[in-house]
Structures are given as C-alpha cells and as structure tokens.
Write a protein that binds this ligand. Sequence first.
Ligand SMILES: [Zn+2]
Length: 179
Amino acid sequence: MPEFSGPQWCMRFPGSRLIDDLDPAWRSRVWAFVSVLQQGGAHVEVQATLRPPERAYLMHWCWMIAHLSQAPAAVPPMEGVPVDWTHGGDGKAARAAAMVEAFELQFLPSLSSRHIVGRAIDMSIVWDGRLSVRDFDGNPHYILTEPRDGSNPELINVGASFGVIKLATNQPHWSDDGR
Ligand SMILES: [Zn+2]
C-alpha cells in the first residue's frame, strides 16, 4: 500500500556521515586530505558520504516537484520505495517542499550521484588566518587567500592532488571526478 509523500520519508534510507563508509579505493585519499587539513588547523565537518539509491530517489524527485514543476503523476516508481507522489488535493507541492526542507537540500540532487557509489563527500571546511597544508606530493602550501573555506581555489588545488575534486557549483561537495 503506497504511502503519501512527506517529510516522514526523510528518516528512512538514512545516509552516512562516516568517511569509512566510502568506497575503499577512494576512502584513503579522503582520509589523507582531511588529515592534512586538520593538522593545518582547519575545522572539518562531514555532512554526508555514502547515500542509498532510495534516498537519492526521494531527494531528487521531491526537489523536482517542489521547484521544477515536475508532475507528480509522471515520477517513475522505484522498487522498494512505495511512495505516492500523486495524492489528491493541492498539497502535493507543499509536501514535496517539506521534504526538501527536511533533507536540507540546497541543490537538485542527482539520481546518479557519486554519493551512491561512495565516491563523494559533503563537508564544510573553515579556518582562521593562514592554513598550512601539504599536498599529496608533500609540497607545503601556505594559504592566505580568501575565502577561508572549501571554495578557496588554492585549497581546491590541494584537494585535487589527493584525487578529491571539488564540484564548483555545489558548496560542500567533493568527489573522485568532480561531479
Ligand atoms: Zn554531495
């Protein structure tokens, strides 16, 4: 029996915040990057790592309905996720918007997100003053430029040396291929 869409769905199919849940082939690179950041005095807070495909489905389609005029009846079903996007009345977009809020979404989540295969991480990175870090090859970098967060171009270059690539259009998101 399908159940109406709404924020109660956001508690199901929870995502991970643990670096250790990432793909083992990429995880060590993330650990290495995060370690040099922390040693350099940056504060790193991981918001998301591995995401079940069911969660990606719910995140994607609630945003589409709430913000991109997606017709609820045209949302493709997903096996194992008996959500009814089409229930009657005018509340459909409001329920989808409540899900967007509960998921704390700021961007349209991708159905083929690198999070699903454990090759993406959302994290906030901030520091005061100068950030002193070594890149993957051991070269020191003294980052004095602003902004003092994960969008800093010099920091993005250091991350790339570890194979942790920034997606420029999505503030907290890093992955193995920049998508
Ligand atoms: Zn992400």
